[in-house]
Unconditional design. Sequence first.
Length: 294
Amino acid sequence: MAILSVKNLQKSYKKGFLKKESVKVLKGVNFEVSREIFGFIGPNGAGKTTTMKAIMGFIFPDSGEIRIFGKLNTDVSVKRKVGFLPERPYVPLSITGKEYLDFCADVYGIPYYKRRKKYLKLLELVELVGVEERKLSSYSKGMVQRLLFAATLLNEPEFLILDEPMSGLDPVGRSVIASVIRRLKEEGKAVFYSSHIIQDVERLSDKVAIIVGGEIKLIDSVSSLISKFITGYTLVYRKVGESSLLSKEISRQELWSFLEKLRREGYEIVAVEPKSLSLEDILVSFIKGSGGMI
Ligand SMILES: Nc1ncnc2c1ncn2[C@@H]1O[C@H](COP(=O)(O)OP(=O)(O)OP(=O)(O)O)[C@@H](O)[C@H]1O
């Protein structure tokens, strides 16, 4: 069973001074997330945050159905199993890290006797042990982001929805978040997250969906996606009986005829290395409207 299933999600916003005009920002979005790391990518304004807000029940879609663990997303019982990190959360900087965790623990109803151990475990996870008594105003942006991420894990959610969890983080901060996400998956949890840092998405995700202009353009596993977008190969070969190696870059179309030519002329193949578009190239091609180019 899918952990999250989104079917035919549509959403329009009214725009203009008199709010007479309506703009469709989600045009029938469909996808499913199982126990995996699912990356949601697309350009600015594509509809990622709107989709996540609809999943969380913060906005009401015009139509469509959203189920989490098989139940409608509006069902209170599923909300307990979900952790959400918004894109731009409001945090008062005058409080300490611990006070922020206490506030969230109050919301989740976590008893006091359980808190110390829980906080320590989470602070260790996001590498913030020792700074919890400091005011958030003294934290860097990355530290605040890591604290907020730790707070979303307080109620031990089985499903995490993270809107731009790595935004504004340096490579070290990004790698801390990435390793926590990997660990959550190892623990059998599912993570659905959006990001603009495509290299991270490529490294971290099992599956990705590309959304452009409120429409899902493609959903696939990262490995199968990259293999579908192979542009050519680097061949390494040598004359039979000789040791010196030769290499040549060839296009996808040339592969078989070139291999045949080498065989005819007495060469042996040492290696065939595929060259693929990066996930970033693939995303750009969808944004420019040439997603089916290969
Ligand atoms: N409350 C709102 N009222 C009117 N339009 C809105 C509202 N919220 C979002 N939009 C519009 O909906 C579209 C999708 O926005 P959304 O925030 O979902 O995009 P996004 O993919 O998350 O973008 P980004 O990567 O910049 O965060 C945008 O054109 C945005 O201007």
